[in-house]
Design a protein around this ligand. Structure first.
Ligand code: ADP
Length: 319
């Protein structure tokens, strides 16, 4: 009987639990044993492995965060740390590991494969900054969380007839801002992939004022600028007194959307099937609504492609 393990690492994301559930249940379905590793690579090095069964993952598909906890580990970045991790995996008799996390976690997974340990990586990050996949687990929930905030901010901005800069997460990726901006009806969307001159933002604000808009929303990706800097610039250059709302970590929490749960479920089952079929050193991604497998090294090399169609929407809809 094969014995597999799963861990969540780096920044947590809603839907990680649905992925853990899928991995555990698929392992049981295919007659494999499954262990959960607590606290990512840190827990792996320290041997925090626990046997799981179908019941261990009951009642978690709808919950944000990760029941296995997540962590960051500097020690795992050293050869010594990684050999400790492999020693633990061998001591527990594990044959294959699924890592759910962002690009840092993927690098760690690749290193485990280099040491000869079969590992599969699943994209778990709200940032959607793993370019090989159209969507990562957690992204859809984060967009919806931002949308809820936009709706609330709209109410108060309308009352005060003010412009609001909403700064959202995503590191160097503007996807949360782009998707939440389009679906939330933002007047301006500022993302790192498509730098916008502040003069353009000011022109939009002026135009909106002339059109009698009661409020305006500027959706700003954290990788493009800081909300406070933009606020100062708008005040100095155009005497626009905009409000600032930096959404922060609320974007990491919350119940995963149906879409994230489905993505996580599909990817989790696929990861188990891959390991049981002898596939390792691959990541699972989704392109044009179909799951696919790609070597982790290639997944990490993929360059960001701006969704031109989506970006064009921002131009058309915010006139
Ligand atoms: P995320 O996976 O969300 O991008 P991090 O970048 O913090 O989060 O990565 C998570 C963990 O992955 C790190 O704490 C570290 O243990 C491991 N890791 C990151 N980069 C590397 C690397 N180059 N080699 C080995 N392990 C790495």
């Amino acid at each position: 009987m094969k014995r597999l393990a799963v861990l969540t690492s780096g920044g947590d994301a809603p839907g990680m639990n649905a992925a853990i559930r899928a991995i555990v249940r698929a392992s049981v379905y295919y007659n494999a044993e499954i262990y959960g590793v607590y606290r990512g690579y840190k827990g792996l090095m320290e041997g925090e492995l626990v046997h799981m069964d179908a019941a261990s993952v009951g009642d978690i598909v709808h919950k944000g965060g990760t029941i296995l906890k997540s962590a960051r580990s500097k020690a795992f970045k050293t050869e010594e740390g990684r050999s400790k991790a492999v020693e633990q995996l061998n001591a527990f008799g594990i044959d294959g590991l699924v890592v759910i996390g962002g690009d840092g976690s993927f690098m760690g997974a690749e290193k485990l494969n280099e040491l000869g340990f079969p590992t599969i990586a699943l994209p778990g990050t709200i940032d959607n900054d793993l370019n090989y996949t159209d969507y990562s687990i957690g992204f859809d929930t984060a967009v919806n969380t931002v949308l809820e905030a936009v709706t609330k901010i709209r109410d108060t901005s309308t009352s005060h007839e003010k412009a609001t800069i909403i700064e959202v997460m995503g590191r160097n990726c503007g996807d949360i801002a782009l998707h939440a901006g389009v679906s939330g009806g933002a007047e301006s969307i500022i993302i790192p992939e498509e730098p916008v001159d502040t003069a353009e933002v000011i022109a939009k604000l002026r135009k909106g004022q002339k059109q009698g808009k009661e409020h305006q929303i500027i959706m700003l990706a954290e990788g493009a600028n800081q909300a406070q800097l933009l606020q100062n610039e708008l005040l100095e250059r155009a005497e626009v007194n905009a409000r600032v709302s930096v959404l922060g970590f609320i974007q990491r929490g919350g119940d995963p959307t149906g879409r994230d749960r489905i993505l996580a479920s599909k990817m989790g089952v696929r990861a188990v099937e891959m390991l049981l079929n002898g596939v390792s050193n691959h990541a699972v991604g989704i392109r044009h609504d179909k799951l696919y497998e790609i070597p982790i090294a290639d997944a990490l090399k993929e360059e960001k492609q701006l969704d031109e169609e989506m970006y064009k929407l921002t131009q058309i809809l915010s006139i």
